[in-house]
Design a protein around this ligand. Structure first.
Ligand SMILES: Cc1cc2nc3c(=O)[nH]c(=O)nc-3n(C[C@H](O)[C@H](O)[C@H](O)COP(=O)(O)O)c2cc1C
Length: 193
C-alpha cells in the first residue's frame, strides 16, 4: 500500500458521537455534540473525554463535575448536528423540542431517545494549552432494554442502537450492522501447530 505523510490527522478513523448533557445555572438542560471520547481503566471501566476551547458544556462540567454522555443514534442526527453547531452561549439554543429526564444516579440531564447513556463524574482533569482532558468515573449506564436482550442477535441489536460515527471530512457515517466475526476467531491462524 503506497502511503503519503500528513500532519496530525485522523480522517477515516471513525469517532463515535455523543451528546454531553449538563444542567445550566437555572436548572435547565444544555447539550453539545462531542467525538473526542474514549475509555480507560482504573479498577473498573472509565471514560476519557477531551473538550476544546471555551464552551458552555465545559463551564458547566467544571462547575458541577458531572455530565451525561448520550450515544447518538441515526434518528437523533438532525438534533445532534444542530447541538454541535450552535453555541451554548447563544441565547435560545435549547428552545427546541427535546425530551430529557434526570439521570438515575447523578443530577444530569439524559436524552430519552438515546439508547446508551453514561452518567459521568469527573475524577481528574488535565489542562492542556487549548483543551481539557477529563478522566471520568462511570457512575451509571442507562441502556435501552432491548440491547441487553440476548435472544435478539447482536447484529439486530446494533441495528437498533444505530450509532452514528464522524470521520472528519465533514461527513457522518452509519455502520453496516454486519458482524465480521467474534473476538479470537483468528487467534490461531498465523502459527502452524
Ligand atoms: C461532529 C462534531 C463533533 C464535535 N466534537 C467535539 C469534541 O470532541 N470536543 C469539543 O470540544 N467540541 C466538539 N464539537 C463542538 C461542540 O459540539 C460545539 O462547540 C458545541 O457548541 C458545544 O455545545 P455548547 O456550546 O452548548 O457547550 C463537535 C462538533 C461537531 C459538529
Amino acid at each position: 500500500m503506497e502511503k503519503v505523510s500528513l500532519g496530525a490527522e485522523n480522517k477515516f478513523c471513525p469517532q463515535t458521537l455523543f451528546l454531553y448533557g449538563t444542567y445550566k445555572e437555572d436548572g435547565s438542560p444544555n447539550f453539545g455534540l462531542f467525538c473526542w471520547f474514549s475509555y480507560c481503566f482504573d479498577g473498573e471501566l472509565g471514560v476519557m473525554a477531551c473538550i476544546g476551547g471555551e464552551k458552555l458544556t465545559k463551564d458547566r462540567i467544571r462547575e458541577t463535575k458531572v455530565f451525561s454522555a448520550n450515544l447518538v443514534s441515526e434518528s437523533m442526527l438532525p438534533l445532534a448536528d444542530y447541538l454541535g453547531n450552535t453555541d451554548g452561549y447563544k441565547a435560545g439554543k435549547m428552545d427546541i423540542p427535546i425530551e430529557t429526564e434526570r439521570g438515575a444516579v447523578l443530577d444530569v440531564p439524559v436524552l430519552k431517545d438515546s439508547p446508551w447513556v453514561f452518567e459521568l463524574e469527573v475524577k481528574q482533569s488535565i489542562l492542556l494549552d487549548d483543551s481539557e482532558v477529563l478522566l471520568c468515573k462511570i457512575r451509571n449506564t442507562l441502556v435501552a432494554k432491548e440491547l441487553k436482550d440476548s435472544s435478539i442477535s447482536v447484529e439486530e441489536r446494533m441495528r437498533m442502537a444505530a450509532p452514528v460515527t464522524w470521520i472528519g471530512e465533514g461527513h457522518y457515517f452509519s455502520l453496516n450492522y454486519r458482524s465480521l466475526g467474534r473476538t479470537g476467531d483468528w487467534k490461531d491462524s498465523f502459527h502452524s501447530a
